[in-house]
Ligand binder design. Structure first.
Ligand code: X2X
Length: 345
């Protein structure tokens, strides 16, 4: 009799344990909602990156991990250069962020902002999808976040309200809004322009009021925001830098998930990154570049540089490249140059 009761008792305990270990206990530590920070929202490829990631995670975890998007870096009042610190501190649970906005905290990320380092999309891929990308992920991990996958903001083309830019002389004295990362001030100063650092939130009214003459950003932003309506009548495609996006999660949040859910979140980031890179390049990789036609159709003058014209910009910014080599890390820059030289075109 006693033996039977003990057996029944054990069975009850086992059943309870079983129940907890497959569901309730593992989920107990999960938050009802995770906060994802983004600078740009869903009409842009960047916003799509966040949305696709969040949707895949929700679907593949059957709603165990539920992510809400916070575009406009609203969790940190629009101050995009604070995003990385906020991620580390847990003010933000996860993010799809630009290398530019995190480079004040992680110097190696300035690699992608070195002028004219990456001549084409194959060069970007040679870095992010190769050893350089793996190296940078190690650095991000050491800096306090869990990096999962690469996405893309894109090649940053220069636009302005004054005149076609064909040479550094054309930029002379022009007021250009630049992101809050010092290498951009250095580049535009070297080109003879008058750079002003401001957040993207402040940039839009500054363009509209004419407080600044121009800005640089991927062209999808020009079309999504209809930048010709804020006076931007001239676009020059010079392809001087491109900023990748990185999918990351705060370390404590990451540790609170089961290994199976971590694997799901990681794979969803990889899948979302691949899809988003294709979205970001759409209209720009085809021979007739439909995005440029769309912009011209808005009454905007689109200037494409000849190789000789482009070379003048390369030359003018070379001292900035050389100056930033040591900040980024001479070894990392050399590794990147080698990977680009060896790329498959
Ligand atoms: O601020 C910008 O220019 C933007 C939107 O491209 C970034 O966040 C880097």
């Amino acid at each position: 009799m006693k033996f039977r009761r003990t057996l029944l008792g054990l069975a009850a305990v086992a059943a309870t344990l079983g129940l907890f270990s497959t569901g309730a206990m593992a989920q107990a530590a999960y938050k009802p909602e995770y906060k994802m920070s983004l600078v740009l929202g869903p009409p842009t490829p960047w916003g799509q990156a966040g949305k696709i990631w969040a949707d895949l995670v929700k679907e593949r975890t059957q709603g165990r991990i539920n992510i809400k998007l916070y575009p406009g870096v609203s969790l940190i009042q629009g101050d995009q250069t604070r995003e990385f610190s906020a991620l580390r501190q847990g003010v933000i649970d996860m993010a799809v962020g630009s290398t530019i906005n995190w480079s004040p905290q992680v110097k190696q990320l300035n690699l992608f902002s070195m002028p004219f380092l990456m001549p084409d999309y194959a060069a970007i891929d040679a870095l992010t999808q190769g050893d350089v990308g793996a190296q940078i992920f190690k650095t991000l991990d050491k800096s306090g976040v869990v990096p999962l996958a690469w996405g893309e903001n894109g090649y940053r083309e220069i636009t302005n309200s004054k005149k076609p830019i064909k040479s550094p002389e054309d930029l002379k004295g022009m007021k250009i809004r630049v992101v809050g990362s010092p290498i951009y001030s250095d580049m535009f100063t070297a080109l003879g322009a008058n750079p002003t650092q401001m957040s993207w939130a402040d940039a839009q009214p500054a363009l509209a009021s004419g407080a600044v003459d121009g800005q640089e950003n991927p062209l999808f932003l020009f079309t999504v925001l209809k930048m010709h309506t804020v006076g931007q009548k001239f676009v020059t495609t010079w392809g001087y830098v491109a900023d990748p996006l990185v999918f990351v999660v705060n370390k404590e949040i990451w540790a609170s998930w089961t290994p199976a859910d971590q694997a799901i979140v990681r794979q969803a980031a990889v899948d979302a990154g691949k899809q988003e890179i294709a979205i970001a390049r759409k209209g720009l990789v085809e021979a007739d570049k439909p995005v440029l036609k769309d912009i011209a159709a808005m009454g905007v003058t689109v200037t494409s540089l000849t190789p000789a014209e482009r070379e003048a910009f390369v030359k003018a910014t070379r001292p900035v490249y050389d100056k930033w080599k040591s900040t980024v890390g001479a070894d990392l820059v050399a590794q990147a140059e080698k990977a680009i030289a060896a790329r498959k075109k």
